[in-house]
Design a binder for this molecule. Structure first.
Ligand code: A2P
Length: 335
């Protein structure tokens, strides 16, 4: 049996990756409806070697699908997701509903059971949060988390296709001696770092940083977990990296942590400093797992650990996680 699948934002960076992931994983698609804006009228996207014309999203066209994968920004989700959910199940990649109490926020390796209580919309978490909680979950199960301190090194794919193009263009500008033009970010991203992702709150943190705090607590069902984040945009194309230090209730050794991480779903340990082996964003583009390396004592806590993690933002950070949620719904007979 197959499903009618709607991809809202099918021409975007995550939308394009959704098409690939559905294809590669042989997701049972009977019919695929790619939605985008008026700007894409007449364009086609390719799926399973077929060219499918874009359906322009509006209140009349958003119907008839069993499942809708939304990846067209929070504004589009706010306007159309409720309507789509009258017809099928919405898996929403935007931040629009993530913290709503009646919307599960799901990472299949961490809280698969939460898909059961959805009422039409399931939220796909923030990319940096997804990547981090895949590594935190097994560490919490074994050693009990008390505190999490994270700094991120986030690729431009998280901002969408325009940002990927901006990094390419600015890199050429810089090398050829032209002043780089900034259309997407407030500063050039080529050969630079920008400690500013999403808007600033008046208390000095960015919305991206606070997403990591609140979403981690919700996904892990740890409402008191102490988390602090610093989120930085870096000139990497599509893998996010994170430096994570944890304090735990129970004593933790590097060997014990490595054993736990090696057995955990969705994770690959890549950690041998004697061979310069650790995850790097360029080398891991297009992969599905969350890679962990630099596993070491945190030094500043009685019980603590520091790790370095890298994962493809467009895959596990967005499209793959959304498709895994849809697969989970099928397994649970919820679709
Ligand atoms: P379009 O290509 O027609 O603008 P990205 O994150 O890579 O920038 O992609 C955003 C995706 O969301 C694109 O597919 C874009 O379509 C789609 N999108 C943005 N705004 C709307 C809208 N108002 N209605 C439908 N699709 C939208």
């Amino acid at each position: 049996m197959g499903y009618r699948v709607g991809i809202v934002g099918a021409t975007g960076a995550v939308g394009q990756e959704l098409l690939k992931v559905l294809e590669e994983r042989n997701f049972p698609v009977d019919e695929l409806i790619p939605y985008a804006s008026e700007r894409s009228r007449g364009r086609k996207v390719s799926f399973n070697e077929t060219e499918i014309e874009i359906t322009v999203l509006d209140r009349n066209t958003i119907k008839g699908c069993d499942v809708y994968l939304f990846s067209a920004g929070a504004g589009t989700s706010k306007e159309y997701a409720q309507l789509a959910a009258e017809d099928g199940i919405v898996i929403d990649n935007s931040s629009a509903f993530r913290m709503e109490p009646d919307v599960p926020l799901v990472v299949p390796e961490v809280n698969p059971f939460d898909v059961e209580w959805h009422s039409g919309i399931i939220a796909n978490p923030n990319c940096s949060t997804i990547i981090m909680v895949v590594a935190l979950k097994p560490l919490h199960d074994a050693f009990l988390l008390k505190r999490v301190i994270v700094s991120t090194y986030q690729s431009v794919s998280g901002t969408g296709l325009k940002a990927i193009e901006e990094l390419e263009r600015q890199t050429r500008d810089y090398i050829e001696g032209r002043e780089p033009e900034c259309k997407v970010y407030p500063y050039p991203i080529a050969f630079n770092l920008i400690p500013h992702i999403d808007i600033f709150y008046d208390y000095g943190y960015t919305k991206e940083e606070m997403k990591m705090v609140f979403e981690t607590r919700k996904i892990m069902h740890l409402s008191d977990l102490q988390v602090t984040a610093t989120c930085v945009r870096v000139p990497a194309f599509r893998c996010h990296s994170e430096s994570v230090t944890i304090e735990t209730e129970r004593p933790v050794t590097v060997e014990e942590a490595r054993n736990v991480l090696e057995k955990a779903p969705g994770l690959k340990v890549m950690d041998d400093f004697s061979k310069n082996l650790y995850p790097t964003p360029r080398e891991l583009e297009g992969t599905d797992e969350v890679y962990v390396g630099r596993i070491r004592d945190a030094l500043v806590f009685e019980n603590g650990l520091s790790i370095w993690i890298v994962a493809d933002q467009l895959r596990k950070g967005a499209a793959l996680n959304a498709v895994q949620i849809a697969e989970l719904l099928i397994e649970e007979n919820l679709l």
